[in-house]
Design a binder for this molecule. Structure first.
Ligand SMILES: Cc1ncc(COP(=O)(O)O)c(C=O)c1O
Length: 442
């Protein structure tokens, strides 16, 4: 990648990691729909298995098509490497497991760990992953209000091994002080992990603002067309695991599973991401299919222009909703009325994203009527699609929550979440106008 690093984001989105195929001249990336690769000799195979030479072994570990997707994501984020996964959930899971290493070791410490500090305002599926599945493995997660970096600092314990936040969590759309949070994590000697699904590298590059590891659901804006599931882990390569080697023995000590390879010594800045492949993909699976990697690359090629249009539409829709008498409130970081507008203008130089939320006058019933009445927008729970999608969290994603819990999650009954698509804005506004009128007739 080094020869390409002087290119700008829009160029990297199209070219990073790939040139026309030298053998056939094929301009589009070939889909290497293969599970295995022939070894040219027994010695070469042994070198591959000893991690002495780079190369392809088996598609659960690596694949040439998926490899281009990984290289391109690393280039867009400014990282040293990336690993693609079968879903965003899998990306978060393996990123954390690869930080934590052998959890039995930290359970022996007096302040039994391992422990993770996470923002309370994150995707509901990640909350469940942390509070149920990781807890069941003996990993403790403290959820805090990450809008205040001091609350994060106060939650960190000697056995804390990571701080996890989302670049922007919906439906609140709070923008955090990422650099201050990075300082808090680094002062405690732990990496900051940021889920950048909703912003994408076009709007925000976490590695430039304190993050050490970035995770994504590629299912959303990266794919962009709602056609396939996937995730990605990007390693910034800057976190120094050797500074507190006893915390990360799986990266800093010889690994018996690989004939005594010491990942930090052998792979330097790429130690973390290499182990993501050699241990996390090898053992847990959850690998991205080559065909999905191809579709994600097609998504990446237009990401920069799609995000621009998403942001323009979202801003126009937010302003239009704010002026609409059938709407009680609008939540969009690009509006001056948003509580974190100042942080948004500081960190987001290319637009404020595609996600907004608003309250329908008339409360919960009126909001339900609104999502039933849209004709162009689609009533679903996805986001990041080229199509405008509306969701009523209180009756879908947050349905099981009591009124008190809904309130704590910032989900009021009147709230409609919108993932603003890239259609003509006048058509989106006309559709919302007729749906708002239908909801006001109740
Ligand atoms: C911010 C965020 N992170 C992660 C995920 C999980 O991604 P996936 O559905 O690809 O597993 C989602 C899914 O909605 C999400 O919104």
């Amino acid at each position: 990648m080094s020869e390409e690093q002087h290119y700008r984001l829009g160029t990297l989105a199209i070219h990073a990691g790939q040139r026309p195929d030298p053998q056939t001249g094929s301009i589009a990336l070939p889909i290497h729909q293969t599970t295995a690769y022939s070894f040219k000799s027994a010695e070469y195979a042994a070198q591959l298995f000893n991690l002495e030479v780079p190369g392809f072994i088996y598609t659960r570990l690596n694949n040439p098509t998926t490899g281009v997707f990984e290289t391109r994501c690393a280039a867009l984020e400014g990282g040293v490497g990336a690993v693609a996964t079968a879903s965003g959930q899998q990306a978060t899971f393996i990123a954390l497991m690869n930080i934590l290493g052998d959890i039995r070791e930290s359970q022996k410490t007096p302040d039994a760990g391992p422990h993770v500090v996470a923002s309370a305002a994150i995707y509901g599926g990640t909350v469940t992953l942390f509070s149920k599945s990781l807890e069941s493995l003996g990993i403790r997660v403290a959820f805090v209000d990450a809008r205040d970096p001091q609350k994060v600092a106060a939650a960190i314990r000697p056995c804390t091994r990571a701080v996890f936040i989302e670049a922007v969590a919906n439906p609140s759309n709070y923008i955090l002080d990422y650099e201050a949070l990075g300082e808090v994590a680094h002062a405690a000697g732990v990496p900051l992990v940021i889920d950048n699904t909703v912003m994408t590298p076009v709007l925000f590059r976490p590695l430039e603002h304190g993050a050490d590891i970035v995770v994504y659901s590629a299912t959303k804006f990266i794919g962009g067309h709602g056609t396939c599931m996937g995730g990605i882990v990007v390693d910034g390569g800057r976190f120094d695991w050797t500074k507190n080697p006893e915390r990360w023995p799986h990266l800093t000590h010889p690994d018996v599973a690989y004939h005594g390879v010491n990942f930090c010594e052998r792979f330097g800045k790429a130690a973390f991401i290499t182990r993501c492949v050699t241990h996390m993909l090898r053992d847990y699976g959850g690998v991205l299919a080559p065909h999905s990697a191809f579709l994600f690359l097609q998504g990446l090629e237009t990401l920069h222009i799609r995000m621009q249009r998403h942001c323009e539409n979202a801003m126009a829709l937010a302003q239009w909703l704010e002026a609409n008498p059938m709407v009680s409130w609008v939540n969009y970081p690009g509006l001056e009325s948003h509580p974190s507008h100042a942080l948004a203008t500081r960190y987001l130089k290319n637009g404020f994203g595609a996600m907004l939320a608003f309250g329908v006058k008339g409360g919960r019933q009126a909001a339900e009527k609104f999502v039933e009445s849209v004709q162009l927008a689609i009533h679903a729970t996805n986001l990041g699609d080229v199509r405008t999608i509306v969701t009523h969290p209180a009756s879908t994603t947050h349905r099981q929550l009591s009124e008190v819990e809904l309130d704590a999650a910032g989900v009021s009954g009147d709230l409609v979440r919108v993932s603003v698509g890239i259609e003509d804005i006048a058509d989106i506004q006309e559709d919302f106008e007729q749906a708002l009128k239908a909801s006001s007739r109740l």
